[in-house]
Write a protein that binds this ligand. Structure first.
Ligand code: AMP
Length: 197
C-alpha cells in the first residue's frame, strides 16, 4: 500500500503515519525526519537545508524530490510506504506522480487530517512543553514564531494539494481533532480495511 498523509503542521501527521505504517507493515517516510537527520549528521544536504527548516520555510522542491525519489527505491519501501510531510507543493505532487509512474506504481490513497487552525498553536506549545518535560530535545521549529511561518507555508503551498488529490479521486479526510486512537481507527476505516492489531 502506498499512501500520502496530509495535514497542517501540528496536526499529528508523524504520530498517525507511524501507527498506520505499523498496522499495515509499510514504511513511514518522513521528509522532515530525513532532513533533521541530515542536519544533525552535518551532511551536505543537512548543511544546505538546516537554516531553511529553522526559519519554518519549505526547502526547495528539487532537493526534497531527489531525497524522496532515492528513498522509495530502498528495499524497506518495496512493500509500501506512507509519506509523511511530502508532497508539500503541487510541483512535488506532480513529481511524485512521475516518479511512481516511472516505477510502474501509484498511490492507493491520500489521507488528510483536518484541523481547525486555532487549535494548532495550542498544540504546538503543548508538543514543545511535553518534549521538554520528558527531557527530550525540542524541535527548533516548534516555537510560536516559527510555527506561524510554517502555517503560512502550509496555507499558501500545501493546502492546494487537497484539490489536487480530490480531483484524482484519492482523497480521504478525517477529523484530526479527535483523540489519537479514534483518528487512527478512522484513517484505517477510510482505507477500506478492518485492520490488524
Ligand atoms: P515536518 O517535520 O514535516 O514538519 O518538516 C519540518 C521542516 O522540514 C519543514 O518546515 C520544512 O522546512 C522541511 N520539509 C519537510 N518536508 C518538506 C517538503 N516536502 N518540502 C519542503 N520542505 C520540507
Amino acid at each position: 500500500m502506498r499512501l500520502v498523509l496530509l495535514g497542517p503542521p501540528g496536526a499529528g501527521k508523524g504520530t498517525q503515519a507511524s501507527r498506520i505504517a505499523n498496522r499495515f507493515g509499510i514504511q513511514q517516510l518522513s521528509t522532515g525526519d530525513m532532513l533533521r537527520e541530515a542536519a544533525a549528521a552535518g551532511t551536505p544536504l543537512g548543511l544546505r537545508t538546516k537554516h531553511i527548516m529553522d526559519r519554518g520555510e519549505l526547502v526547495p522542491d528539487e532537493v526534497v524530490i531527489a531525497v524522496v525519489a532515492d528513498r522509495i527505491d530502498h528495499a524497506d519501501a518495496a512493500n509500501g510506504f506512507v509519506l509523511d510531510g511530502f508532497p508539500r507543493t503541487v510541483p512535488q505532487a506532480e513529481a511524485l506522480d512521475r516518479e511512481l509512474a516511472a516505477r510502474g506504481i501509484a498511490l492507493d490513497a491520500v489521507l488528510e487530517l483536518e484541523i481547525n487552525e486555532d487549535v494548532l498553536l495550542v498544540r504546538i506549545r503543548g508538543r514543545a512543553e511535553e518534549a521538554a518535560n520528558q527531557g527530550q530535545s525540542v524541535r527548533r521549529d516548534d516555537n510560536p514564531e516559527v510555527f506561524k511561518t510554517r502555517l503560512k507555508a502550509y496555507r499558501a503551498q500545501t493546502a492546494p494539494l487537497t484539490e489536487y488529490y480530490r480531483s484524482q479521486g484519492l482523497l480521504k479526510i478525517v477529523d484530526g481533532l479527535q483523540p489519537i486512537d479514534i483518528v487512527t481507527e478512522e484513517l484505517t476505516t477510510a482505507l477500506g480495511t478492518s485492520c490488524c492489531g
